[in-house]
Write a protein of this length. Structure first.
Lengths: 206, 206
C-alpha cells in the first residue's frame, strides 16, 4: 500500500508497537505474538495484525514475530533507521532534562542544536552541544536543514518560537509548552502531555 | 453501559477528546462537532460518536456538542472532577520541571508530595511542597492514602522506587524513567515517552 494511504491512526500506533518490542527485547524475549503485544498495549491482537499487514508479512502463522526483525522493520517504516538531528528551544529545567535524557539516540533522534534567550546560558554546553541565542535559530536551522524541533519554553514564548521555527524550515514540532500553537498545514505538531496518561488511569481509580 | 465493560482503548481516547475540547475552549469556540474534533485528532468522526455514545447522549443532531458541557461530562466520566493528590519521586532536572509545571491543577491532579534521596534537597520546598526523604515514602503515602505517583528518578532507581510505591498502596504510576517497571496486576503503569511522538512525525518526513 502507498505510504500516503495508510491512516494516521495506524501510524500513531506503530511507535507503541516499537516501544513494546524494545521492552520485550530488553527483557530477553526473542519471539512475540499479536496476542502478547495486544495484552501489553491494550490493543486487540486483530488490530495489531491488521495494522502490520498494511506494510507486509512480518510474522508466521503459529510462531509469531521475531522481536529483532519486527523492530528493524518498524524502524524502517517509521523512517528512524538513523538518527534525525533535532533542535531544542528553551533550556530551563525541562529543556535541560530533555537535553540530558539518554533515550533519544538509537531511537531515531539526536539533539544537536540548543537555543535559549538567557545570556548566562548562551555559550555553555550540555553534553557537548553549545547553547545558542534564540536570534540564531533561523540561520542555524536553515543552514543545517534541520526538520524536527522541540519547544520547551514557557507557554507565553511558544508561539513566537514556533513562528521562527516554521520560517527556518522546521516541519515537525514536539511542543512541551502547555499551550496550543498555530502552524501552517505543512507543519506537524505533537504535544507531550502527562495529564493524558494520568486521566486515563484516573478512570480506573475508585 | 457498565464502566468496567468499556474497552481500554476507548478510555485511552477520552483524555485526547478532553484536551482537544480545552484547546477549543481556550480559542473561544463554544460549539464543536465530531467532524471538527476528528480532524484535529486524526480520529474518524464515526469513532468519536461511537466512543461518546457508550456514556450517554452529549450532542444534538445537526448542532453538535457544547464545548463546556462535553468538558464537564468527560471530566466526570474520567473521574477528574476534583484534583487527585499525586506523589512525585525524584526531583532532578526533570522532576523539578514537573513539580513546577502549572498544568496539572484543574485537570485532575495536584502534586502534594515530593521525595528525593539527595540530602541537599530534602527539607527544601518547591511551590510550597517540602521534599521528603525516599525512606519516608511508605509511611507518608499510606497515611495520606495517595493512589497516584510519578517516577522521575534515573532508570536504575525506578524499579526499587516502584516496589516501595506499590507497598505503600499506590495503584497508578506514571513512569518518566526510560525503563520498563514490573508491578502487580492491580497497579496501572503508563509511560511518558517523547520518542513515540517524534517517531510518529518522522514517518511523514522526507
Amino acid at each position: 500500500m502507498d505510504r500516503s494511504q495508510i491512516p494516521d491512526i495506524v501510524i500513531g500506533r506503530l511507535p507503541l508497537y516499537l516501544r513494546a518490542l524494545r521492552h520485550l527485547e530488553q527483557a530477553g524475549f526473542q519471539i512475540t505474538s499479536s496476542q502478547d503485544l495486544g495484552e501489553r498495549l491494550g490493543i486487540s491482537p486483530a488490530q495489531i495484525r491488521k495494522d502490520l499487514s498494511l506494510f507486509g508479512e512480518f510474522g508466521k502463522q503459529g510462531t509469531g514475530y521475531t522481536v529483532s526483525n519486527l523492530i528493524t522493520e518498524l524502524k524502517r517504516i517509521l523512517n528512524v533507521e538513523s538518527d534525525w538531528p533535532v533542535a531544542l528551544i528553551g533550556v530551563g529545567d525541562l529543556g535541560r532534562a530533555i537535553a540530558n535524557y539518554g533515550g533519544f539516540t538509537h531511537r531515531g533522534f539526536s539533539i544537536e542544536y540548543l537555543f535559549d534567550n538567557d545570556p548566562e546560558k548562551i555559550g555553555t554546553e550540555i553534553k557537548g552541544v553549545p547553547i545558542k541565542a534564540i536570534e540564531e535559530i533561523t540561520e542555524t536551522i536553515k543552514e543545517a536543514k534541520v526538520k524536527i524541533a522541540m519547544i520547551a519554553t514557557p507557554a507565553e514564548a511558544a508561539q513566537a518560537v514556533a513562528d521562527m521555527l516554521v520560517e527556518a524550515g522546521i516541519t515537525a514540532i514536539l511542543n512541551y509548552a502547555p499551550i496550543s500553537i498555530s502552524v501552517p498545514s505543512h507543519v506537524q505538531v505533537e504535544y507531550t502531555d502527562p495529564i493524558v496518561h494520568l486521566q486515563q488511569m484516573a478512570y480506573y481509580l475508585t
